[in-house]
Design a binder for this molecule. Sequence first.
Ligand code: HEC
Ligand code: HEC
Ligand code: HEC
Ligand code: HEC
Ligand code: HEC
Length: 457
Amino acid sequence: MNTLPPLRIWSLALLVVSLVLGACSPDKLTRQEVYDPASCEECHPTHVEQWGMSMHAYAGDDPVFLAMNRRGQEETNGELGSFCINCHAPLAVQLGEVEDGLELEEDDFPQYFKGVTCAFCHLAAHSEGDSNNPIEIDDRLVIKGPFDDPFQDPAHRAEYSPFMDRNQRESTEICGPCHDIVLDNGVHLEQTYLEWQNTVFADDLTLTTCGNCHMPASSEPGPIADVEGVPARLLHDHSMPGVDVAITPWAGREEYRQMVQAELEDTVRSEICVDSEPPGWRVTVGLENIKAGHSFPSGSSQDRRIWAQIQAFDGDELLWESGVVPEGTPASELLGPDTGIILRDYLKGADGEEVHMFWDVAEPPERDVLNGIRVFGAEEIRVWDFVGPAFTEPDRVSLRLFERPIGLDVLDDLIESGHLDPAFRAEMPTFELVDAALEWTGPVLGTCVQTDSTPGP
Ligand code: HEC
Ligand code: HEC
Ligand code: HEC
Ligand code: HEC
Ligand code: HEC
């Protein structure tokens, strides 16, 4: 590993500072150690373990990311540059270690430069702008955290930052601008941050930051560092499960999948009504996002596939169905904006045809998602109507909701172009939002059933 040139100047300055302060500095982490999550493990093992499972740690190793970035560099003749890795390996970009991200696939590329690392968040000094990661890190290596009274510690300097305090609005400025993508042509492709700003969670009175939901505090205070004499404090979870999962061997992979399952399963409230519509009958399905502080899905919604499976029976006889997606079949092959229920964004190229790759996008995405709660107490239910066959009458109608983190059609696109190993296709899981499952059993038409969870921040 090559030593970065400013290192020596820095350690000299540090020595001077610590001599002035009368502290001894031999145990201070070197610049390279501050950048390396492995050197935090000795004192913050829980943080390292939780982060290690997360998609932040995985962001520079994800084979789908690597395949897409490689294809993008080829198809744009390198014009894509550091656009993607500015968010997926931001420390390496800021330190000038990478140009286009192809370096990430080289065997000897340091692991600590991949992903959204401890140092990138905890050195964040400025963030101006709402998208495309405008965050700049502190060259002085002062680790920022939520506490203004850090316990005296020889390993690293520390200071309070509102970016690291989930009770401050500023903390969203450290999450939001990475979770919001605007393309060169002005298309606002991914917009979790903007969506959040339009919900009730961004209001002063009901302020609920990204961290309030995504970094729950430990139930009991305890040490946040394995060092003698530290005070008891609350530890905030760094695993941040959302939707995406590791599809290669990865630390805590199975446990993480269960966490994603738990995060997703109660996100949507659902309702089914069945009524007569002569000569047949009608099923009305209502869905509402009651948990996510932005749309559902959000962010990479062009790749997410959430669909409803609806089946109507008369006794044992199946009368009608929609959204029964066989294993291994892309959901988007059977479902679209005018067929069944599928929640996702659609990207369009210059010729108006659907595309999957960022650099082919020519117009704003068509969004078919569930909004976040915009006004406190108001419902944001979306409703779909389906008409069943004539001269039959169901006595049972069932609803189930499923989500695939990345659509198989997107993976197939990358497999066909030769950028992704076909073996990864079978590794993509399907989650069921079990709390949204419902069964209507009449007995008379004109009645409804709904899940009993209530919305609210
Ligand atoms: C030798 C032990 C040790 C190592 C190694 C270490 N830390 Fe710490 N860290 C501490 C102690 C002690 C505290 C203060 C705990 C307290 O005040 O409760 C602390 C506090 C922090 C805080 C909170 C600071 C604040 O003011 O809110 C952050 C964030 C942090 N460390 C991150 C890191 C990161 C990132 C690394 C790896 C680059 C790291 N630490 C390495 C011991 C260590
Ligand atoms: C440097 C940019 C960056 C910053 C800063 C950042 N993120 Fe992320 N985040 C990412 C990337 C990139 C991924 C996705 C990696 C992947 O799925 O391969 C991600 C993934 C996530 C996920 C999981 C999404 C999923 O679908 O599974 C959540 C939740 C999340 N981030 C929340 C946050 C929160 C909360 C903060 C602020 C405390 C934050 N992020 C700060 C870039 C960032
Ligand atoms: C009120 C709680 C809440 C708030 C506030 C919130 N989130 Fe989420 N977020 C969720 C839940 C629940 C999910 C899982 C369901 C889903 O996928 O949307 C989620 C999912 C996500 C995902 C994965 C979305 C997907 O579909 O791929 C990302 C990324 C994310 N959040 C980032 C953020 C960021 C960044 C902020 C702040 C700007 C934020 N969240 C604010 C609750 C919240
Ligand atoms: C995506 C950004 C992000 C990454 C990556 C990240 N942290 Fe944090 N960390 C935060 C935020 C935000 C807080 C403050 C939570 C709060 O109190 O509101 C925090 C808090 C902490 C604290 C103070 C105690 C606590 O749990 O609140 C420590 C220690 C810490 N992080 C260590 C680490 C270490 C070590 C790593 C890498 C293994 C890491 N963090 C990676 C954003 C991040
Ligand atoms: C502004 C920051 C940012 C930029 C730029 C960015 N990403 Fe991401 N990427 C994210 C975040 C945040 C997530 C997680 C979003 C979510 O879960 O909703 C993510 C997730 C992903 C994922 C995994 C999830 C999925 O659904 O596909 C892939 C693959 C990916 N990005 C590829 C790329 C490629 C290729 C580029 C460049 C063309 C790119 N990203 C540019 C922030 C960024």
